[in-house]
Design a protein around this ligand. Structure first.
Ligand SMILES: [Mn+2]
Length: 254
């Protein structure tokens, strides 16, 4: 089995379309979507594109998918009333989704396990195997990563959530971050994903930013300029982002 793993799309439909075209040329058996699909500029259209994959795709729940469903169920529809950007994005998405689309998100799995050619049993999760909101980066200290991996049976773990690709080894484990399709923190624009089996290929798909931005701006997403600024137009330094996330992780270490 050979899979394309697509994480952290965040409502960036033009980026998703570019990646799906690339995936179509890559002879994969399945697509694993690693969560955080709708929370962003074009929520409903992005969910429709994913639904169209049908049984070619498996879905892992991200923290943002969970927050969108929570916002939908609580009847929160006023994004402007939310002071925090992630909550604002969740409410914006919840207000855009239909009941069927909400049910689709609510049906995502905590984790997905796939037996991959050349890699063996591989665990796909969003943040970490135990928590969809837990941070793992290229800079996560071995002691903390070892605690996170305690009890994980699979030798290969694929995660996302921090929007930056890596492929690292610790003890007998290989931990891979597939990167972010929609909101990468890579220091360079593009749509980032991973092709798994037999090897690990960290991929970057280019797409034309100007027409993409015009479509994204049409969605009325409140934090669009900040989102595309820090990820695509004037990308922040990836090492700074990893340090920033590690600082957050330090604050709630266990
Ligand atoms: Mn995310």
């Amino acid at each position: 089995m050979r899979v394309a793993s697509l994480y952290d799309i965040h409502g960036n439909l033009p980026a998703l379309e570019a990646v799906l075209a690339d995936v179509g040329r890559s002879r994969v058996d399945k697509v694993v979507v690693g969560g955080d699909v709708a929370s962003g500029p074009l929520p409903a259209q992005t969910v429709e594109a994913l639904l169209a994959l049908g049984d070619r795709a498996w879905f892992v729940r991200g923290n943002a998918d969970r927050e969108v469903v929570e916002a939908y169920d609580a009847g929160r529809v006023d994004a402007a009333a939310e002071s925090e950007p992630a909550r604002r994005a969740a409410v914006f998405a919840a207000a855009a989704l239909s009941r069927d689309q909400r049910d689709f998100l609510a049906g995502f799995s905590d984790t997905v396990t796939v037996n991959l050619e050349g890699l063996g049993e591989t665990l796909f999760c969003h943040g970490s195997p135990r928590d969809d909101d837990e941070i793992i980066t290229a800079a996560t200290p071995p002691q903390r990563l070892r605690r996170i991996l305690t009890g994980v049976r699979q030798r290969v773990v694929v995660c996302g959530h921090t929007h930056q690709q890596f492929d690292r080894r610790l003890d007998s484990y290989r931990v891979i971050n597939a990167g972010s399709v929609g909101v990468p923190y890579e220091g360079r624009a593009g749509a980032y994903w991973a092709l798994l089996g037999p090897g690990v290929e960290l991929r970057r798909t280019e797409y034309e930013l100007e027409p993409a931005l015009a479509r994204l701006r049409g969605g009325g997403f409140p934090d669009l300029e900040e989102m595309v600024g820090e990820s695509l137009l004037d990308p922040v330094d990836p090492a700074w982002v990893a340090d920033f996330f590690e600082g957050q992780a330090e604050g709630r270490s266990r």
